[in-house]
Every structure is written in structure tokens, then in C-alpha cells.
Design a protein around this ligand. Structure first.
Ligand SMILES: C[S@@+](CC[C@H](N)C(=O)[O-])C[C@H]1O[C@@H](n2cnc3c(N)ncnc32)[C@H](O)[C@@H]1O
Length: 253
């Protein structure tokens, strides 16, 4: 009987995996990976068998039951199985179902955490998720439920919506119904951590303008205090192009 390690690959570029994650991945016999993991990670375990079990939203849905069964079968056939998930395995990653399947089959496992998309987006946009004195709580929420509705009231100073790309047109109505003001800051980040990441700044009432900008890309939407740009004093040095910002596009509306 093999051992399964769930590894959070991080949100984008291969070097956003943790050191521990990369170390365990390097010893894998077989890797079951998701759509949003970087293909460059294959170089870490070139001799392993890599199996794509990816799915995106509810559109192209690989059957979760089939993934569970494959995971169990691989663990019976191989010593070291890695289940590589985008971001962190514990967030919107169906980890519960896969842990249950392994437990039911008597297979041991561990979870190596990863950098979730909300954290990568906050880093990309340089918008801290908490702010001293006025941003004390953040909630991580799925924008895409089977019922298509958000809960009735907002529950934190800032909310980060996952699986939000196709919901940008519908979100304003739902946010206003939750009690957010129309001029609340909203920051939209797609492909955070990748060379083509895109950051756009809006208010709730202008959020639909983000739809075309981020179309087809994994997107998180931050609403509230954490979406506000950090106030800066006049620059002490002359402004110039920042070579580290190459490949980062920023848009405001
Ligand atoms: C099924 S969830 C998986 C989340 C993942 N477990 C995590 O911790 O980030 C997929 C959603 O995560 C968000 N996401 C993942 N990678 C992203 C990225 N690089 N940039 C922006 N959003 C991302 C998007 O909202 C996407 O629809």
C-alpha cells in the first residue's frame, strides 16, 4: 500500500510551490495533477508518471468519483503518490472527498500546504489583506454556487471571491444586496503569479467592465478594505520603469 501526499502547487509559476512540496514531489512515482498547476513542475519529477485529472469550474467536469477511484488505485500500485493541486489543497479543491476516499480504503496520507490564489493576488496587487485598525477580517468565498447566490449578508471587512471570472457581471447586484456600498473598492486579479497576470481596479458599480479584461482566466475578486490601493506619500525618488514589473498589466476603472 502506497502513501499519498497532497501538495499545494501554489497559484502559478513553478517556483511558488513550497520547498517541502518540491522535495516530496521530487520523490513521486506518480503525480495526479490539476489544470491550474504549472507544467514546468514536471521537471521536478521527470521520471514520475504524470496524470492530468484537471477540471475547470462546472464546465468541463472530470467526475470527482472517478478521480477518487484513480487516486486509490494509484496508491495501491505505487509507493509514493502525489496529488498536486493548484493553490492550497484545502481551499475549493475537493480535498474533503479525496481524504474520505483514502480513509475508506485505509491509505495513509499527508497534506503539504500551498500559496492560495487570494494570497498571490494580494501580493501581485500589493494590497494587504488586513489593514491595521480597519481591515480586521477577510473571508474566502466561492462566487460560484450551484444555487448561484451569495449568503445574505457580508461577513468580513474584505471578501475574496474565487471562481469569479464568469460572475463579474452578476456580482454587483449580489454584493449590493449584501449591503456593500456601490463605491466600495474592488480589485480583480487573474493569473496571479504568472508572467501574464492582470490586475484591474474598480468599484462595485463598475465591476462588469472587468468581464472582458479577465475572460477565460482564473480570477479572484477582492472586495472591501483589502481592495484599496495603499496610500503613498509623494515619492522620495524620481519614478521610473520598474524592471520587476515587466509582464504585469494594471487597469483601473
Ligand atoms: C477550484 S479553485 C482552486 C483554488 C485553489 N485551491 C487555491 O487555493 O487557490 C479555482 C479558482 O481559484 C482561483 N485561482 C486559482 N489560481 C489563480 C490565479 N493564478 N490567479 C487568480 N485566481 C486564481 C480562481 O478563482 C479559480 O477559479
Amino acid at each position: 500500500m502506497g502513501f499519498v501526499t497532497f501538495i499545494g502547487a501554489g497559484p502559478g509559476a513553478a517556483d511558488l510551490i513550497t520547498v517541502r512540496g518540491a522535495r516530496v514531489l521530487a520523490h513521486a512515482d506518480v503525480v495526479l495533477f490539476d489544470a491550474l498547476t504549472d507544467p514546468a513542475l514536471r521537471a521536478t519529477a521527470p521520471d514520475a508518471r504524470w496524470i492530468d485529472v484537471g477540471k475547470r469550474g462546472f464546465a468541463r467536469s472530470a467526475d470527482q468519483t472517478a478521480i477518487n477511484a484513480l487516486l486509490v488505485r494509484m496508491a495501491r500500485e505505487h509507493a509514493q503518490v502525489v496529488r498536486l493541486k493548484g493553490g492550497d489543497p484545502s481551499l475549493f479543491g475537493r480535498l474533503e472527498e479525496e481524504l474520505q476516499a483514502l480513509a475508506a480504503a485505509g491509505i495513509e496520507c499527508e497534506v503539504v500546504p500551498g500559496i492560495t490564489a487570494a494570497l498571490a493576488a494580494a501580493a501581485a496587487a500589493q494590497r494587504p489583506l488586513t489593514r491595521r485598525g480597519r481591515g480586521r477580517s477577510v473571508s474566502l468565498v466561492t462566487a460560484m454556487t450551484r444555487q448561484g447566490e451569495l449568503q445574505a449578508t457580508r461577513c468580513a471587512d474584505s471578501e475574496v471571491f474565487y471562481m469569479a471570472g464568469k460572475q463579474l457581471g452578476a456580482l454587483p447586484r449580489r454584493l449590493l444586496a449584501q449591503g456593500w456600498a456601490a463605491d466600495t473598492a474592488v480589485c480583480v486579479v487573474s493569473r496571479a503569479g504568472w508572467p501574464d497576470q492582470l490586475i484591474s481596479q474598480h468599484h462595485i458599480h463598475t465591476l462588469p467592465q472587468a468581464t472582458m479584461l479577465h475572460a477565460g482566466h482564473p480570477t479572484v475578486v477582492t472586495v472591501g478594505t483589502a481592495a484599496e490601493a495603499v496610500a503613498v506619500a509623494a515619492p522620495a525618488m524620481p519614478m521610473g520603469p520598474n524592471p520587476r514589473a515587466a509582464g504585469v498589466a494594471t487597469v483601473s476603472s
